[in-house]
Design a protein around this ligand. Structure first.
Ligand code: FAD
Length: 382
């Protein structure tokens, strides 16, 4: 594995870093307080090509490999996990699934608009009764002539109230993962209800929603991939999505490190900066080492993706380690800030609340351990 970045990757990372410092970092606290990101951010992300990274240029995308995508995720995650999530769901889970499994006309219909930020995508897998056990979902799609009629409930759907297209996973066959099919459902379809979930611990800038589908009718040309392949499509999206969540978590930990070091050098107690005390340096060193180790796991997984090699287990390892370390990093950063870390004048409390979700979504830490354990032993412990 070559650990150096190409000139193009470095340029892109620097562009993302500078843009995040200018457009995201100064506003993240106010968005968190208001429980609403300024939606103009979507147009700005599109102008820089961030919503089309990895999508073919002839479809309005900006090309780029998977490692470059991860570099962007790290920088966005350093600024605000809510903004990172808008991109990782719309582009990473939905647009990239359309590129991988869509017909030519589906790609043409959705991708240019998604890359241009004219519409966002949301990913509708989780249901009130099925979270980790997503293969048991009960939303149903029934064939009616050339159409499908979809009914069911989805919960915790990122971008849910903003999205123009929902990638909905529904049961079209018997029980188990093999009976699931994916559909691209326009969110203005009659019968589709959306309700934002308020009062989240973190990710307050992000529109997380419940979706209800009451006999929503779509044509067969809205089916993504063959009948019965929906679960495979969902899992393939999540395998790469986990690497993106891991990259964002590295960014979050780095944000905590930068804030913690700056504060420790300024804050004086017992006559000298607290950065000069060994116990404070221990916390700084712990955050730095884990963030670097997590980044190496992310880059290894991304490198496997870019070389077309299997990466599922490495993606789970990166997600497990990076997200758990981000929670620890935010917790230690609060400790460095003392009482000031407990109020939102400083960013580390928000980082803690935002980090906490990363060990839950796209497969909890327990689910990542079961995936890694199954790969190593050949025995499923689910
Ligand atoms: P459960 O599956 O009920 O798990 C509860 C606990 O039991 C966890 O600790 C879990 O690890 C443990 N557990 C479950 N099964 C096992 C087992 N076999 N062995 C050991 N432990 C086990 N979903 C989407 O489809 N699209 C989205 O865009 C999306 N965005 C989200 C945004 C937010 C803010 C949140 C909070 C969630 C989002 N999710 C989304 C849903 C998320 O993926 C699920 O919450 C997650 O998969 C866990 O499912 P659950 O909440 O039902 O928990």
């Amino acid at each position: 594995m070559d650990l150096s970045l190409t000139a193009e990757q470095q340029q892109f990372r620097d562009l993302a870093r500078e843009w995040v410092d200018r457009e995201v970092v100064p506003h993240a606290t106010e968005w968190d307080r208001a429980e609403q990101v300024d939606t103009k951010i979507v147009g700005k992300l599109a102008d820089l090509g961030f919503l089309g990274l990895g999508i073919d240029e002839e479809l309005g995308g900006s090309g780029g490999d998977f490692l470059t995508y991860c570099l962007m995720m790290e920088e966005l995650g350093r600024g605000d996990t809510s903004v990172r999530g808008i991109v990782s769901v719309s582009l990473g889970l939905v647009a990239k699934s359309i590129q991988a499994y869509g017909t030519a006309s589906q790609r043409q219909r959705w991708l240019p608009a998604m890359c241009a930020g004219e519409l966002l995508g949301c990913f509708g897998l989780t249901e009130p009764g099925t979270g980790s056990d997503a293969g048991s979902l009960i939303t149903k799609a029934v064939r009616d002539g050339d159409d499908w009629v979809i009914s069911g409930e989805k919960i915790f759907i990122t971008n849910g109230t903003w999205a123009g297209v929902a990638l909905i996973f529904a049961r079209t066959g018997g029980p188990g993962p093999k009976g699931i099919t994916a559909f691209l459902v326009p969110t203005d379809s009659p019968g589709l209800r959306r309700k934002e979930i308020k009062g989240k611990l973190g990710l307050r800038g992000q529109a997380t929603a419940e979706l209800g589908l009451d006999e929503v009718r779509v044509g067969d040309d809205h089916r993504l991939g063959a009948e019965g392949t929906g679960f495979k499509i969902a899992m393939a999206a999540l395998d790469k999505g986990r690497i993106a969540v891991a990259a964002g978590s590295v960014g979050l930990a780095r944000g905590c490190l930068e804030a913690g070091v700056a504060y420790a050098k300024e804050r004086t107690q017992f006559g000298k900066p607290i950065a000069g005390y060994q116990l404070v340096q221990e916390m700084i060193a712990d955050i730095a080492v884990e963030a670097d180790a997590a980044r190496l796991l992310v880059w290894r997984a991304a490198d496997l993706v870019d070389r077309g090699l299997p990466y599922r287990t490495e993606a789970s390892m990166a997600k497990l380690f990076a997200t758990e370390s981000a929670v620890k990093a935010a917790n230690q950063a609060i400790q460095i800030f003392g009482g000031y870390g407990y109020v939102d004048e400083f960013p580390v409390g928000k980082a803690m609340r935002d980090a906490r979700v990363t060990t839950l979504y796209e497969g909890t830490s327990q689910i990542q351990k079961l995936l890694i354990g199954r790969a190593l032993t050949g025995i499923s412990a689910f």
